[in-house]
Each structure stands twice: as C-alpha cells, then as structure tokens.
Write a protein that binds this ligand. Structure first.
Ligand code: 13P
Length: 247
C-alpha cells in the first residue's frame, strides 16, 4: 500500500473543499485506486467539515499536529488528540519540522504520539535533518536520535507511519540524490526494525515532491509513499503526482 498525504499547512478556507472534490473524483475513477491511500491534513479549522464531507469517500482527513495531552485541559488554544478524533479525523502528523522549530521537544513528541495512538489516530511521525547537519555528514545520527527518542516497542506500530522530510528540501525545489535517498530510507527502516523488533512501519518521503520529480522517487521501491506540501494545494498538481507515479 502506498500513501499520498497532502499537508496543507496554513492554507485553506471552507471553499477550498473544491480541491478535495476533484481529487476524490479522480480517485473514484482511477484504475490504480486500490494500490494507494489519499490523506489530506487541512488546518484545524477545516477538520470537522472536511471529515464529514469525505466520510466513506476516497479521501481520509488528518490533522497537522495535536497537543501533548489526552482529552481536555486548561491549555489555551490547544487541540487534543481526543478532540481531533471526535470530529472524524483519522490521522495526525507529529513532529513536523515546522513544529520542532517552534519548540516541540522529544518529550512533547513522545506524549503526542502516545495520546494520538490512545485516541485511535494513526500517527505520521516526521523526521529530517537540516542543511548544516547534512553538510557535516550527521544525517544518520540525527535521524536515529529523532526515532529512538520518541518511538518505542510497546507502541502499536500498525498505526505508525514515518515520514522522512529533509528540512533543506522542504519548499525549496531541492531533492536528495536518488542513491542517497535509497540509502537513507534503508537506514531508517533498519532503525525502525530495531525499535519494533521485526517489521518496519511504512516510511514516506517528503520535500518538494511534484509531478515532474516523482519519477526519481518511484524507482525507489523502499519508499512507501509521500508527504506533499506545496503541490497538495492544487488538485491538478496532486493528481499529476499520483498519475505519474503509476505511469
Ligand atoms: P513541500 O512539498 O512544499 O516541500 O513541503 C513538504 C512538507 O513539509 C510536507 O509536510
């Protein structure tokens, strides 16, 4: 199973639902549709509306983040995993580099993962090195640390997906060399197998994925799907990625 996840970040108002309607219609007719899942993570403001509209349809709705507590608490503006699940969202991203940059620590991420899973959300756990770390050949060490500090054997790995998003690639148009990405993906899966003592959860790639460069990625069979930012805000661009992946 492959995953095409569209992360809208700070984009979208109610009428943006037309983008999802087009993606949904495309998937309904696509002969490859059973080979992949489509998940869109709009901002919190649209979660309930979109989740209701696409219930039992061909797009699953997820959240971009969640608060590190279970249900209700006195934290102004915080949204808990329980609240997210209660409006029909089924996934949540955790640990996106945008949120790490704003102060998410490993301990906070550990709690987010724990409470998201407890509330029956599937977790897309994001990791990735920055430009300086890549330059200093620290990529593997950084990724390993991000994984082992948060994920542990007792968690339900069937509800976890890992997304590798090199920070230097996000929104820049720069993508890793194919052979580097293959090596990194294999390394991440090795670390995950060690943590979960057997099979690795799916590992996705994210960072400047579009309909043109998807060809580079589709050749790497170890990659189980994609976390797509900019190109997920246009139905055409998002659909082109899927079309070209299965060409
Ligand atoms: P871009 O596809 O815009 O580079 O964003 C990737 C990303 O951060 C998805 O979470």
């Amino acid at each position: 199973m492959k995953y095409f996840i569209g992360n809208w970040k700070m984009f979208g108002v109610p009428r943006s639902i037309k983008i999802l309607n087009k993606i949904n219609s495309f998937r309904a007719k696509d002969k490859n549709r059973n080979k992949y899942r489509v998940i869109i993570t709009p901002p919190y403001t649209l979660l309930e509306y979109f989740a209701k509209q696409f219930k039992n349809k061909r797009i699953t709705i997820g959240s971009q983040n969640c608060y590190q507590k279970d249900k209700f608490s006195s934290n102004t503006a915080a949204i808990s995993p329980y609240m997210i699940r209660s409006v029909g969202a089924k996934y949540t991203l955790v640990g996106h580099s945008d949120n790490r940059a704003e102060g998410d620590t490993d301990l906070m991420l550990k709690n987010k993962v724990k409470f998201a899973l407890k509330n029956n959300l599937k977790v897309v756990f994001c990791i990735g090195e920055n430009k300086k770390q890549k330059k200093n050949n620290q990529t593997f060490g950084v990724l390993k640390k991000q994984l082992v500090k948060v994920l542990e054997k007792k968690l339900n790995k069937n509800n976890i997906i890992v997304a590798y998003e090199p920070i230097w690639s996000i929104g820049t148009g720069k993508i890793p060399k194919q052979k580097d990405l293959l090596k990194t993906t294999i390394y991440i899966k090795k670390v995950l197998k060690n943590i979960f003592k057997k099979k690795s959860p799916p590992v996705l790639y994210g960072g400047s994925v579009d309909g043109d460069n998807i060809d580079t990625f589709r050749q790497i069979k170890e990659i189980n799907g994609f976390l797509i930012g900019g190109a997920s805000k246009s139905s055409k661009k998002f659909i082109d990625i899927i079309k070209n992946y299965y060409r």
